[in-house]
Write a protein that binds this ligand. Structure first.
Ligand code: VG1
Ligand code: CO
Length: 542
């Protein structure tokens, strides 16, 4: 039986950089989840009888929200729901399933790299028929609807058994529990030369993949160990846990420190990698070398032709604005268009659909291509492995060669987490006002050349996105970008992105912190970071 339940709006259901992210306790308030899901359905048109893809990263609350969403999808008139076994679907796998089965869209349940558990974070994101995150036009409409909502629809039905493959009828709708790994693994086999990677591994190449107790465990076991023949134990922390073992599933120097220790220790493997909560990010390490995500994007773009899927070259490269210009050097050298978008994968969708870019990336450890419409952690790992299998050089040698050819963009991101929101807003507001007077000013020996606030006009649909980060450019090409995070769930996080380009005839093997020392000082001098936040140093450097 379909019930229509009266409800009242919540004021805080505005999706951020990547969906709605809140503390679990917020989602557990009566009607909170239902209101948001109904707000999504209310702004969509024409899904009667169509398919909805549903799955998440397995974090705390995943199963409960899946059951609610199934009952609501049935009440709202969807014809079919495809849900991953155990409620699991990595973000890139969900994107692929939406595309492969021509679904109307999908709901992905994840707070990505944020921690999980009863006192931690949960999230819901809507993806459209191309498999990508809903564009701002839709997320704005969802938010507007959430402030007006007064009822939601739900059927009365028993829970679907998520741990058994196959179909179940829920009112007039069919729910099919699918293998979350099979379709994705098959796609990876289509893109890459698995024989070459298998031969590399059989020849003694050693790798270590840290799944961080998050969603990529089952994918990595299947692909790296079973299909590519890496020995058991290659995948560590491979069982998804609702609280990620109490850690942040964020593949960076701080949270993936065990992998860093292994890769910089004695007898390190040749290659190390990790992914995040929902499987869309990647961390790439070689023996005693960390490849920054911006450099990884550039190196992948420069070498992609070595993998079968990209053998005919790329149509273009796209990167988010705060991502370093390393990819620009590659695009320039290869004669490819380079697109600069705001932070968040939703801005790449139109470029990929229009065939204007093949490879995209963000400094936050996200890389992907036109094979899906999300960033894709294991895809990046496999593309690296394919390149290594062809080149038969170490990661360090490939990067040294890359910098010798394109120059090096020294790069770091300083995050100030858990700030008082008002203090962070004030810092940004003051800097915004001060910017017009900054050109010509010298800070820590660096002369400001230009200062502006990034806005993006989408070349495909003309939509305009304002307020996408404050940028300061210095003489000689160095750059600092300031923006506030849109994925946090408490207080504010200030992100300061620092970059300095060194030409091919410059010093290419300096220590990053030293190379960026003057910029760090200039950032504080120009934006008053310590003055506004009381912090003498960032919480996390990536
Ligand atoms: C962060 C990253 C951004 C990424 C987003 C979602 O956003 O900076 O590059 O697209 O997370 O990634 P923000 O607004 O906090 O800076 V994920 O892996 O959370 O889906
Ligand atoms: Co993620």
């Amino acid at each position: 039986m379909t019930l229509t339940i009266a409800t009242t709006p919540f004021a805080d259901q505005k999706p951020g950089t990547s969906g709605l992210r809140k503390k679990v306790r917020i989602f557990q308030q009566p009607n909170y989840t239902e209101n948001f899901v109904q707000s999504v359905f209310d702004v969509l048109d024409g899904f009667a009888g169509q398919t909805l893809v549903l799955g998440g990263d397995g974090r705390y609350l995943n199963r409960e929200v899946i059951q609610i969403t199934i009952r609501m999808a049935a009440a709202n008139g969807f014809g079919r729901v495809l849900v991953g076994l155990g409620g699991i679907l990595s973000t890139p796998a969900a994107s692929h399933v939406i595309r492969k089965y021509q679904a109307f869209g999908g709901l992905i349940l994840s707070a990505s790299h944020n921690p999980g558990g009863p006192d931690e974070d949960f999230g819901i994101k809507y993806n459209i028929a191309n498999g990508g995150p809903a564009p701002e036009k839709i997320t704005d409409a969802i938010y507007a609807r959430s402030t007006q909502i007064d009822r939601y629809h739900i059927v009365e039905a028993p829970d679907v058994d998520l741990d058994r493959l196959g179909e179940t009828q829920v009112a007039d709708m069919v729910v099919e529990v699918i293998d979350p790994v099979a379709d994705y693994a098959e796609l990876m086999e289509d893109l890459f030369d698995f024989d070459a990677i298998r031969a590399l591994i059989a020849g003694g190449f050693r790798l270590s993949f840290d799944a961080m107790h998050a969603v990529t465990g089952p994918y990595a076991h299947e692909i790296l160990e079973r299909r590519l023949g890496a020995p058991g134990g290659t995948v560590v922390n491979g069982a998804p846990l609702p609280d990620f073992g109490g850690h942040h599933p964020d593949p960076n120097m701080v949270h993936a420190h065990e992998l860093f220790a292994r890769m910089f220790g004695a007898d390190a493997p040749d290659f190390g990698a990790a992914s995040d909560g929902d499987g869309d990010r990647n961390l790439i390490l070689g023996r005693a070398i960390f490849v920054t995500p911006s450099d990884s994007l550039a190196a992948l773009a420069a070498n992609a032709h070595l993998a079968p899927a990209y053998a005919r070259g790329l149509k273009g490269i796209a990167r988010s604005m705060p991502t370093s210009g390393a990819a620009d050097q590659v695009a320039h050298a290869l004669g490819l268009p380079l697109h600069e978008t705001p932070t968040g994968w939703k801005f790449f969708g139109n470029l990929l659909d229009a065939g204007m870019a093949t490879i995209c990336g963000e400094e936050s450890a996200g890389t992907g291509s036109d094979h899906v419409r999300e960033k894709d952690g294991l895809w990046a790992v496999l593309l690296w492995l394919n390149i290594l299998a062809v080149r038969r050089e170490s990661v360090a040698a490939i990067m040294a060669d890359h910098w010798a050819r394109f120059g090096r963009n020294y790069y770091a991101r300083h995050d100030y987490e858990g700030l008082d929101s008002a203090a962070a807003e004030t810092l940004m507001a003051e800097l915004r006002v001060a910017m017009s007077a900054l050109p010509g000013r010298v800070a820590s020996g660096l002369a400001v050349e230009s200062a502006d606030e990034f806005e993006y006009s989408d070349p495909v649909d003309g939509s305009l996105s304002r307020g996408q980060g404050l940028r300061l450019r210095f003489e000689g090409g160095a750059r600092i970008v300031f923006r506030l995070s849109g994925t946090g769930t408490s207080g504010a996080t200030l992100r300061v992105y620092l970059e300095r380009y060194e030409r091919t005839d410059g010093i290419l093997d300096a220590d990053t912190a030293e190379a960026l020392g003057a910029l760090v000082a200039a950032a504080d001098e120009l934006a008053g970071i310590t003055r506004h936040t009381g912090r003498a140093a960032p919480t996390v450097i990536t």
